[in-house]
Design a protein around this ligand. Structure first.
Ligand code: ADP
Ligand code: ZN
Length: 596
């Protein structure tokens, strides 16, 4: 049967070979066993159940939590000439009846359904009467009550074992941690599942973190390396989203806002444009992203820090599902560190919860300040050890210099001490640098022995030092004293000269930013062909009202550009061109290729 699976992979999906664990997962399901699949976003989870669903006799049921995603997946399968459908509340009676009939007469191969719908007695009875070949439970971490995507309907899915005895079930998720894994197996009542854990590395994503200066100017510069490409810019608040989107629009960027405070209609229209147009920059709060299955998102930019490493990984993971080079870019600075400290202290959570929050944030901040390969540090956080540095993060590409900051830190700490530990960073820096202003006069700070002892450094340099000392726990922000900087226990050793401290030189301030090469490798001579192929795809997509990536992915167009197929047979060898799509679109693309 695995031969048939390979046949489907090549001829229906148009792919050359299986990726990662796909083959083993498919084999397991074809053998009638249960499986748990942990794969990062973009790892290729869908094929793990779609192919055995097609190979095994009968109907494959796919449980999926998001209606928008369901439609999308079904459209993509129909594009491949497959018999797939979905059942959900957005359909008319008539449409639902049609689907029910196709289940009944055995003509349907794959059915997507939301858990609450599947668990209705009427639906369940209908499906139990049909010949079900396989059950896939996508986004399986939704059973976890601790996770942020918990859905109560997922808890009911354990009944599937009894309702469909002997039918293999596969649970899939991109959430990696051990606890969630155990919960999934228990709560879905999987029977002795084979567990497949892939590496969570996303090698095509380049991680870049920069010191936040003029964030808008930095963003514009970054976007220059991503002209005519789709991406997401995450901001913390609705206000900032609106402001940033308007600001980018005024500078000619095709930017749209998205946040939970907007009307449902405007939101879904912006989402539609993001999917259907080639190069929309979505400026959004984290309300945007879950269930956006767009493969060619070329960058994710963070203008504010995410909540945790987990959130960062998930948000940046939306870039580059298609495996093509993509950027995860973030700016962060002292203000972020102070703001976050505030948020934790302000939150109503109980003490132990706050400790967890604090620890999560500390991990994230520590990662921001890391002097070693970011990818390795990120993966280590998720329990995965990588031998080599990656060569594809800012630290690897542009190793930060460190400097002996012992003396500078002592100046700072003793100044804070002498000022009574009652002031925020702005005033602390003013005193260090010997500024004369009303506040200095009012508190008599010009009389302190530390007044002006830090005049040799700029504001920006001092902010960088404070930020790093905060992250390394030499300093803390006391929210009850309006964000005053205070020394910690750890600071004493440093003040007394018992330890030395080395800090990183912020790359942004140290040297001008290099202009980055285009992430997608289209050479100048190929640029016209690339645009022509995209244009061809856009016309076909608009004719059918589907997003361009339903016609072909960027990766497929890239291969066409590289190999310049001249006839059907050659076109079939391109990854992503199967028989049905060849027939539907082959002529159009061959025509374009023949012009170059
Ligand atoms: P996930 O659900 O794990 O995020 P998908 O199933 O959406 O990932 O797959 C991500 C992308 O990789 C899709 O564009 C898919 O077409 C592509 N893909 C999956 N498996 C293969 C393969 N064996 N060869 C080439 N491309 C693949
Ligand atoms: Zn690296």
């Amino acid at each position: 049967m695995i031969n048939r699976a390979e046949h489907v992979l090549k001829h229906t999906f148009g792919y050359v070979s299986f990726r990662g664990d796909q083959k083993q997962v498919i084999q397991t399901l074809l053998d009638g066993q249960d499986a748990l699949v942990l794969m990062p976003t973009g790892g290729g989870k869908s094929l793990c159940y779609q192919i055995p669903g097609l190979v095994r006799e009968g109907l494959a049921i796919v449980v999926s939590p998001l209606i928008a995603l369901m439609q999308d997946q079904v459209n993509a399968l129909q594009q491949l000439g497959l018999s797939a459908s979905y059942l959900n509340s957005t359909q008319s009676r008539e449409e639902q009846n049609t689907v029910m009939r196709s289940i009944h007469d055995g003509s349907l191969d794959i059915l997507y359904v939301a858990p609450e719908r599947l668990l209705l007695e009427s639906t369940l009875n209908r499906l139990m009467a049909a010949h079900v070949s396989l059950i896939a439970i996508d986004e399986a971490h939704c059973v976890s009550q601790w996770g942020h995507d918990f859905r109560v309907d997922y808890l009911g899915l354990h009944v599937l074992r009894r309702a469909f005895p002997g039918v293999p079930r596969v649970a899939l998720t991109a959430t990696a941690d051990e606890r969630t894994r155990v919960e999934i197996v228990e709560r879905l009542d999987l029977s002795e599942p084979q567990v497949f854990v892939s590496s969570f590395d996303r090698p095509n994503i380049r991680y870049i973190v920069q010191e936040k200066g003029d964030a808008k100017a930095q963003l514009i510069k970054f976007l220059q390396g991503h002209r005519n490409e789709a991406g997401v810019v995450y901001c913390m608040t609705r206000n900032r989203v609106d402001g940033m989107a308007a600001w980018l629009q005024a500078r000619g960027v095709n930017a749209l806002p998205y946040h939970a405070g907007m009307g449902a209609e405007e939101r879904s229209e912006n989402q539609r444009r993001f999917l259907h147009e080639d190069a929309v920059v979505m400026v959004a709060t984290v309300a945007f992203g879950m269930g956006i299955d767009k493969p060619d998102v070329r960058f994710v930019a963070h203008l504010d820090l995410p909540k945790s490493m987990e959130a960062y990984y998930q948000e940046t993971g939306r870039a580059g599902r298609d495996g093509q080079p993509s950027d995860a870019w973030m700016v962060y600075g002292l203000q972020d560190v102070v703001r976050i400290a505030k948020m934790v202290q302000d939150s109503n959570a109980n003490e132990s919860h706050k400790r967890v929050e604090r620890a999560k944030i500390d991990s994230l901040l520590g990662w921001c300040e890391t002097n070693t390969c970011r990818r390795r540090a990120l993966l280590r956080y998720f329990g995965e050890d990588q031998e080599d540095t990656c060569g594809n993060c800012d630290v690897c590409l542009n190793p930060p210099k460190t400097w002996d900051a012992t003396e500078a830190s002592q100046k700072l700490l003793s100044n804070i001490y002498r000022m009574g530990q009652r002031f925020g960073s702005g005033h602390v820096i003013d005193v260090l640098r010997g500024k004369d202003n009303q506040k200095v006069q009012q508190f008599g700070h010009h009389k302190l022995s530390t007044y002006g002892i830090g005049a040799e450094r700029s504001d920006k340099q001092w902010r960088s030092i404070i930020r790093q000392l905060l992250v390394q726990n030499y300093l803390l922000v006391n929210e009850e004293l309006y964000g005053a900087l205070q020394l910690t226990e750890k600071a004493r050793g440093l003040l007394k000269g018992e330890v030395k401290i080395f800090l990183r030189e912020d790359v942004e301030s140290a040297k001008p930013e290099r202009v980055k090469k285009r992430p997608l490798n289209v050479s100048d001579s190929d640029q016209e062909l690339w645009e022509a192929l995209k244009q061809c795809r856009k016309v076909l997509a608009d004719e059918q009202g589907v997003p361009p990536f339903h016609i072909f992915h960027d990766a497929t167009l890239m291969e066409m550009m590289q190999y310049r197929p001249q006839d059907n047979a050659e076109l079939l060898t391109i990854n992503g061109v199967g028989e049905v799509k060849l027939e539907k679109y082959g002529d159009e693309f061959l025509q374009v290729l023949s012009n170059f």
